[in-house]
Design a protein around this ligand. Structure first.
Ligand code: ATP
Ligand code: MG
Length: 375
């Protein structure tokens, strides 16, 4: 099913605030779309408008070209799985899954056939006679998913379905839901505030902030080419480093910070590194020479490789976090906190000053006022 949102907005009567602003998106058939963003950014509201559980204040939503703004939720033939899925506690797993089919007046024979097919797909065969309280969290979640699948819907909506599960189970269910999408070949829209879930499950990610879509793209696109500092900082852990500094007329990026000395305040430069020519040309053409910009560089692009000599910086290590295979080195360069992630070949201790190199081909420059990516 193709879902199209055009200039969709939402104002809850009580507060008068536009919690979803001018949302535009076309979701292709069989896509796995993930809405991701911080708490309160409007993810659930958008999903609930698609489901028909919430009125649409402005704009249109259409399914396969037909505007459905005024179609009641019950007539939209959508499967929905939420964080707090309410299974019927007095019914067995089988009866829970049978319930929606009974409502649809499907014959007993066909009901059984469908339930067995879905139960097999989800690995629920041995639990069919149990009641929900005799199941683990993950098994219950699977029954909730099964109860939706039996209905043969074209569109599946998930709102943080895994957030009640422990970390290990979440990782397992993540794979199960991805496999399910492959098997069912239906359109999935999945809401989460967990960027790892978004990166690992989605065919395309929609990143939202303050009711506004910040970027839509494949996981690789949003990681490699974030359109603004919000997306750049939201996707990836540890987060991208941001360092304020100036573009010089001879093609360098340099920081200029004020420092108190005995003779008074003076300006110091902690970073003075060469910008790759293709990037510098763009910055120059767009008028950023002698202007302040934000340099964005991911922790894994601050390395110990001497081939990058021209971009050397000294990092006084405040905290060396050994994660086994790698270190997260945390320190300050000028006013900015910087994290470098390097392979743990040597022992590094807090207080060491480590020579590191910025892989400037992988860095980004952002406009300081608009926060948009320049190059
Ligand atoms: N029924 C309601 N009445 C008034 N305001 C609401 C209502 N439901 C949500 N809101 C507000 O709308 C905004 C968006 O809420 P929404 O539930 O869509 O956020 P979310 O992105 O799903 O957040 P979370 O990750 O915390 O679930 C929030 O500021 C919230 O307070
Ligand atoms: Mg929500």
């Amino acid at each position: 099913m193709i879902i199209e949102l055009k200039h969709v907005k939402k104002i809850y009567d009580k507060n008068g605030i536009e919690v979803v602003k001018d949302f535009n998106l076309t979701i292709q058939d069989k896509e796995f779309i993930v809405f991701v963003g911080p708490s309160g950014c409007g993810k659930s509201t958008t999903l609930r408008m698609i489901a028909g559980l919430e009125d649409i204040t402005g704009g249109t939503i259409s399914f396969d070209g037909k505007v459905i703004n005024d179609v009641p939720a019950g007539d939209r033939n959508i499967a929905m799985v939420f964080q707090s899925y309410a299974l019927y506690p007095n019914m067995t797993v089988y009866k829970n899954m049978e319930f929606p089919l009974k409502l649809k007046k499907i014959s007993k024979e066909q009901r059984k056939q469908k339930i067995m097919e879905v139960s097999n797909m989800l690995g629920l065969d041995e639990y069919l006679k149990r009641k929900p309280k005799a199941l683990s969290g993950g098994q219950r979640q699977r029954v909730a998913v099964g109860r939706e699948i039996v209905r043969d819907c074209d569109l599946f909506l998930f709102d943080e379905p895994l957030s009640n599960l422990d970390a290990k189970l979440r990782v397992q269910m993540r794979t199960e839901i991805t496999n399910l999408h492959q098997q069912l070949q239906k359109t999935f829209i999945y809401v989460t505030h967990d960027q790892v879930e978004a990166m690992t499950m989605a065919t395309r990610i929609v990143i939202m902030y303050n009711g506004i879509v910040q970027q839509v793209g494949t996981p690789k696109e949003v990681y490699d080419f974030p359109e603004n500092t919000f997306v750049a900082g939201f996707i990836g852990t540890p987060a991208m480093n941001f360092i304020k500094g100036f573009i010089t007329s001879d093609g360098y990026f340099e920081t200029r910070n004020e420092e108190e000395t005995e003779e008074g305040t003076k300006e110091v430069t902690n970073v003075h590194i060469l910008i790759p020519n293709d990037k510098y040309q763009v910055l120059k053409e767009k008028g950023y020479v002698d202007k302040e910009v934000i340099l964005g560089i991911r922790p894994e692009n601050i390395l110990q490789e001497e081939r990058l000599k021209e971009t050397e910086v000294d990092l006084p290590v405040e905290n060396a976090e050994l994660l086994g295979f790698e270190y997260n080195l945390i320190g300050h360069i000028g006013d900015s906190q910087v994290i470098s992630r390097i392979v743990a070949n040597n022992i590094i201790r807090n207080g060491d000053v480590v020579k590191l190199y910025f892989d400037m081909n992988k860095c980004h420059f952002f406009d300081i006022d608009t926060t948009n990516r320049i190059k």
